[in-house]
Design a protein around this ligand. Sequence first.
Ligand code: SF4
Length: 188
Amino acid sequence: MLKRYEEFLKEVDKELNRYFKEQQQYIKCHIGCNECCKIGEYPFSRLEAEYLMQGFQSLPKNIRDIIRYNIKELKIQKDKFLKSSEPNKKRFLYQCPFLINDLCVLYKRRGLTCRIFGLAYLSDGKIILPECVNSGLNYSQVFDKSSGMVSLQNPIKNKLTIDRWLDSPLAEKYALEAGEIRSLINWF
Ligand code: SF4
């Protein structure tokens, strides 16, 4: 299954690279920028989590130890958050435990959500902007923060969400069984 998933990812990356190229005038992504990995929920399917953890096994021991420590700390923080937060504020947002020294240590094995980070797309007639627009990064020149208005003429028409990719003809072509989707921290 993981081999088929790798083939699937090649096609996903091809499509996403095309989108990044089409939208390049709005994109400020560069090596070392990790805004997307610093605060979020990072939804991962079971299949993606397995693929990520297969890569984890071949990381050097010191890096594996840092990740284990990050995960342990995050779980403590998450428990505290869930105990203290209002019932309507249950979204635990966190820095990804795989971000070390400002780099993703499993970049080639990152999830679909990570691959989509940075692009704006249409969903049910509404333009969904990446979070980093609020930091003056991607699409900031077509976004008015005070009114929330977006003046983007050519958004990507495909809904770029993890569930749409995992329930697509492409996923069917590779007979993927992605399983449940959870926030990354909830796979540990
Ligand atoms: S897996 Fe890598 S790319 Fe994805 S959120 Fe974590 S650090 Fe960022």
